[in-house]
Design a protein around this ligand. Structure first.
Ligand code: ADP
Length: 212
């Protein structure tokens, strides 16, 4: 979020003299209030300055980095997640490859008959399985998947920051968004309600950049 020279100048004035009215800022810069309006809107939106009615603008005291960090911590997984693509345990490696292409995703989540999370399959898991002398039409994904309890998950209320940290720490492309539930037989498990991938993070990154 790079500020324009004029926005930097406004910020300096507000830091030095705030609280200060829009009228006064315009005077200092020999510009009209109308000219400054878009800049004031941007500076307020970024959280760098705050406006109080009848008092004026004042510096929020937050650095640009802090403002971005706040946004990442405030944005929840549920605000950016995608629809999950799930396959049953008995799904063949061949069908999993087809599903990946049709659904255009890089990670599939494997669920048991009760619909609870059992495993994760990545593109490389599928590639690996083609190296051996397996018949990929007969080989079930349950043989090659990474399975519970070793699955890294997130919950809808988690922050995007937490999710991104997990992706980096575990060197994975996506995590299932889950909710703890009791399965059909009363057993405890995780229901898959979404998918959070690196793409979601990159999209948010682009959105943050557009707010400049
Ligand atoms: P790729 O292998 O296609 O680069 P990943 O980096 O996501 O994709 O996967 C690396 C390995 O980690 C794979 O074996 C995969 O099964 C496993 N994996 C992927 N996502 C998760 C997850 N959320 N939890 C645990 N293991 C995962």
């Amino acid at each position: 979020m790079e500020l324009t020279r004029r926005q930097e100048a406004i910020l300096e004035i507000i830091k030095r003299e705030g609280p200060i009215t829009g009228e006064q800022i315009a005077e200092r810069l020999s510009l009209t209030r109308a000219t400054l309006r878009p800049d004031m809107a941007i500076l307020t939106m970024t959280g760098l300055i705050e406006a109080r009615p009848r008092v004026g603008y004042y510096y929020s005291g937050k650095s640009l980095g802090r403002v971005i960090a706040e946004k990442l911590h405030q944005t929840k997984v549920m605000d950016v997640k995608s629809v999950p693509v799930v396959v049953p345990e008995k799904c063949s490696v061949y069908d999993a490859v087809v599903t990946m292409f049709v659904e255009d995703v890089g990670t599939l989540f494997v669920v048991n008959e009760g619909g609870l999370l059992e495993g994760v399959i990545s593109r490389k898991d599928l590639l690996k399985s083609t190296i051996g002398a397996h018949d990929i039409h007969k080989l079930p994904v349950s043989v090659i998947m990474t399975r519970m309890p070793n699955i890294i998950t997130v919950e809808p209320e988690d922050s995007v920051w937490t999710a991104a940290k997990k992706l980096v720490a575990h060197e994975i492309d996506a995590v299932p968004v889950v909710r703890p539930v009791a399965g059909s037989g009363g057993e405890k498990g995780l229901e898959v309600i979404g998918r959070l991938s690196k793409t979601n993070i990159v999209r948010l990154f682009v959105e943050l950049g557009e707010e400049r």
